[in-house]
Design a protein around this ligand. Structure first.
Ligand SMILES: *Cc1c(COP(=O)(O)O)cnc(C)c1O
Length: 405
């Protein structure tokens, strides 16, 4: 075995099961391993690398800002933060933003905001506020967030969990209506479930949820850490349903594939529950992150990456649909956010990913059965055509093996 992998197995916690490849360099949509092999990255670090690896505009801003001022904490104002937040609010139609680093931290921020709003604005009795989320969700890994999870792997051994949390079936507005009571603070939902397997709810689902929430004085909070910033062919996935949520969570691609940068954005009435000292983060909103985050947003708009995602995603999905393989149960996607469901009786998604890797295409399974295709949004038609040829070859080879055995 590769000695780097052996050493990593010895010193690094085994909380991931990476494909057996050691990456040393990235540029645009490509990465290279320690033997010089080149791969098309169709994983993009769970959609964090939408701008491509080592995006030159981002690297330039990063190095200039690193040489000027990186971290001062929010004990002081800086000249960078407001420009980033103003742009993020304008683009998303939200009033105010609270900067954090990882997606999980921004989700935690949203949960805290929702509870405080429930007590101070809605008038819920002390310590009774409830949050509703969906089965199959992925909102992160903290204790409070896994309290909302329906996946045993995320919860087993980590209890006791936070109270005031419940889950309902995804894609079912009637279940939301039935679950809401006088103590409900917020409904937290992914417009498309990413880690859950690229699960796309029925058309109009989010719009119906928004109407139910508005009628019941419940906050609708969209977790767009993965679906946001162009991934699904709109700037925000909730725009597919013309929904403007009361709270919005962004992360991953917001850091341009260079830094962890996340935001909780909301309307003023929600964000104003935070007063000095009630919530914070040492690194959140630092000038380095703010400069990179602002440039990441500017690139999305100026280089029309959202429209690219829509057009390239439709093109790629069309190519994949022409592959007729008994191994594929279903293909689903919006923009460059595509899931290929593998028939578990015939193969595992992991096996498909391992074979694609040998062909120079990197992806990763989510759950046992789904292969995810989510390349950087700068990917070209030619690169996607090449990828679809590799996928076709791998599925054909696996089908031959399955038939022979
Ligand atoms: C990845 C993800 C998170 C967590 O983000 P981290 O940066 O890993 O903490 C939260 N919500 C969704 C929808 C995600 O995909």
């Amino acid at each position: 075995m590769n000695s780097t992998i052996e050493l990593e197995n010895r010193y690094c916690a085994h909380n991931y099961h990476p494909l057996p490849v050691v990456l040393v360099r990235g540029e645009g949509v490509h990465v290279w391993d320690d033997e010089g092999n080149k791969y098309l990255d169709m994983m993009s670090a769970y959609s964090a690398v939408s701008h491509g690896h080592a995006n030159p505009r981002l690297v330039k801003v990063l190095s200039a800002q690193a040489a000027t001022l990186s971290i001062v904490s929010r004990a002081f104002h800086t000249d960078k933060l407001v420009h980033f937040l103003k742009r993020a609010c304008e683009l998303t139609g939200q009033d105010m933003a609270l900067p954090m680093n990882t997606g999980s931290e921004a989700v935690e921020t949203a949960l805290k905001a929702a509870r405080k709003w429930a007590y101070e604005v809605k008038g819920v009795a002390r310590d009774r506020a409830e949050i509703i989320a969906c089965e199959g969700n992925f909102h992160g890994r903290t204790i409070a967030i896994v309290s909302l999870s329906s996946d045993p792997a995320y919860q087993e051994g980590f209890g006791p969990f936070s109270g005031g949390m419940r889950t309902i079936p995804y894609g079912d507005p009637a279940a939301l209506a039935a679950a809401i009571n006088e103590n409900t603070a917020a409904f937290l939902v992914e417009p498309i479930q990413g880690e859950g397997g690229i699960n796309i709810p029925p058309d109009g689902y989010l719009r119906q949820c928004a109407e139910i929430c508005r009628a019941q004085n419940v906050l609708l909070i969209c977790d767009e850490v993965q679906t946001g910033l162009g991934r699904t062919g709109k700037l925000l996935a909730c725009e597919h349903d013309d929904v403007k949520p009361d709270g919005l969570i962004l992360g991953k691609a917001l850091g341009g594939g260079i830094l962890p940068v996340s935001l909780f954005l909301a309307k003023r009435e929600v964000m104003e529950v935070f007063q000095a000292g009630t919530h914070g983060s040492t690194f959140g909103g630092n000038p380095l992150a703010a400069a990179v985050g602002l440039e990441a947003l500017n690139i999305l708009v100026e280089e029309k990456l959202v429209e690219r995602s829509r057009d390239m995603g439709a093109y790629f999905l069309g190519l994949l649909q022409t592959i007729k393989s008994p191994l594929v149960n279903e293909l689903r996607g919006k923009g460059l956010f595509i899931g290929m469901e593998i028939d578990p009786a015939l193969a595992t998604a992991r096996e498909v990913c391992e074979r694609l890797m040998k062909k120079g295409l990197l992806s990763k399974e989510t759950h046992e059965t789904v292969v995810r295709f989510a390349p950087p949004l700068i990917v070209t038609r030619e690169q996607l055509a090449w990828a679809s040829d590799q996928i076709r070859d791998v599925l054909a080879a696996m089908d031959r093996i399955a038939k022979a055995s």
